[in-house]
Write a protein that binds this ligand. Structure first.
Ligand code: CAO
Length: 426
């Protein structure tokens, strides 16, 4: 049976703003489920449903002003249990925190209790949490989305204390992120075609995903970058000696495999570089595994496959896996498991060029190594300049976790390892 639900007697209130529409067409609701929330200068008023059934049509929208007798919605009413007369529901003067009261009359049937949230498909769905107008009002002031708050009151009702607990937890989480209240200026749309010809190209999916991650890491982590260099003359001789062996086995032996190995010796020596901050920002989670990610430049964008358990692998194993994962990355065949679980990342631009760069920490890791191009340089040794192959590299780290002195110790250790191939291979 179709029934119209009207705005009940609101006492002295007229032309009140609808600040929340809590049901949508198709929703199954019970008697007493709130359907709209009104707010005047003095009070918040929750209008409950006088019937049980399905919302057929909504006749109001958010922001409408309504008075007594205005049509709110049409319902396909099922069963019994309708209130005989629509009465003024909860009026909240924002001081106490009342349970919503619907006046009942002698002879009325017992009203069905409000369903326990989160109910699936009825009036109190995830989009319509069970809370009093006072709690709704506080939540609005604090910008809290009530659908995210767990109610501890009777039948899952959200209490003022639940909102307070939620806000405290959100603030604790934020301690490990950017300062609360950090608001970035919006990017203004500019019509560049006013100045000349243009072409608009959508970013690849990989770029949109990695871009968002890089942006978040850049904003959340106080970055410091330490620059250093290593004399890799001997290392390069060793690499060249073993190049053929590797090629015979079907892969290339590049500098990156040595960098991965050297990084793990440094990570073992300085465990805080192989860690993550927990979400509270108060604990360091030290990892006892060494999974090294490496940035691969693909036609669709940057991806970071991860070589797992590096400490258990030899140089040739690493070189082979590097090549396999790079090929997989370029053919877009990397699976989720190939890219997860990293504890430290290396970004090598040495094959391309450049003398130094500042990589962005790949959160939740706390440090990243950037490798630039090695060049022959005159180095002053024992009273004379001798030509040596010098590798410039940089280490960006999270200054909340790592002090500058440790940053310098780490790169110095790495430099020593790379400069002495025997040490590295032992
Ligand atoms: N100095 C001098 N030469 C270097 C070098 C270095 N640091 N690193 C590599 N090379 C040389 C290699 O020996 C190779 O020489 P040959 O062709 O004569 O054998 C050549 O440069 C090309 O190497 P490569 O880049 O193919 O191999 P790699 O193992 O060093 O790197 C990979 C593999 C996947 C890391 C690389 O191909 C790549 O994608 N790099 C880009 C990473 C990137 O985009 N980082 C930026 C991320 S934003 O922070």
């Amino acid at each position: 049976m179709l029934k119209q639900v009207l705005v009940p007697d609101l006492g002295d209130f007229k032309q009140i703003d609808i600040i929340e529409v809590m049901v949508a067409p198709g929703a199954q609701i019970s008697v007493e489920d709130p359907i709209i929330l009104l707010e005047s200068e003095k009070a918040a008023i929750e209008i409950p449903s006088p019937y049980q059934g399905m919302v057929k049509k909504l006749h109001v929208v958010l922001g409408d002003k309504v008075s007594e007798g205005d049509l709110i919605l049409t319902m396909d009413v099922t069963g019994s249990g309708a209130i005989t007369e629509q009465k003024l529901p909860t009026v909240d003067d924002t001081t106490p925190e009342p349970e919503p009261i619907v006046e009942r009359h002698a002879g009325d049937k017992e009203l069905s209790p409000p369903p326990v949230p989160p109910a699936s498909n009825n009036g109190r769905s995830r989009h319509n949490p069970h809370a009093s107008p006072a709690v709704r009002s506080i939540s609005r002031e604090l910008g809290v989305d009530l659908t995210q708050v767990k109610g501890s009151g009777p039948r899952g009702r959200i209490l003022k204390e639940d909102v307070q607990v939620f806000v405290k937890a959100a603030m604790a989480r934020n301690r490990s992120g950017p300062a609360p209240g950090l608001i970035l200026p919006e990017t203004q749309a500019i019509d560049f075609s006013r100045f000349g010809q243009i072409e608009t190209q959508p970013l690849s999916k990989i770029k949109t995903i990695s871009g968002a991650h890089l942006h978040s890491s850049w904003l959340k982590v106080p970055h410091v970058t330490q620059f250093d260099e290593a004399d890799i003359t001997e290392l390069e001789e060793f690499r060249k000696e073993h190049l053929k062996d590797a090629v015979d086995q079907g892969f290339k032996l590049t500098l990156l495999a040595f960098m991965i190995k050297a990084s793990v010796t440094a990570l073992k020596r300085f465990p805080q570089f192989n860690s993550s901050l927990d979400p509270s920002g108060e604990n360091l989670i030290l990892k006892k595994y060494y999974n090294i990610g490496f940035a691969v430049d693909t036609p669709s964008g940057l991806v970071v496959p991860v070589i797992k358990d590096v400490e258990q692998k030899g140089l040739f194993d690493l070189a082979e896996e590097l090549e396999q994962l790079s090929a997989k990355a370029r053919d877009r065949r990397l699976g989720k498991s190939d890219m997860e679980g990293g504890s430290f990342t290396i970004s090598s631009l040495g094959g391309i060029g450049g003398t130094a760069f500042t990589p962005i920490v790949n959160t939740p890791e706390v440090a990243i190594l950037g490798v630039s191009r090695a060049t022959m340089k005159p180095v002053y040794i024992d009273g004379e300049f001798v030509p040596r192959l010098i590798l410039p590299f940089s280490l960006s780290y999270d200054h909340r976790v790592i002090d500058g002195a440790d940053g310098a110790r780490f790169t110095h250790h790495l430099s020593t390892e790379l400069s002495d191939i025997r040490k590295l291979l032992l």
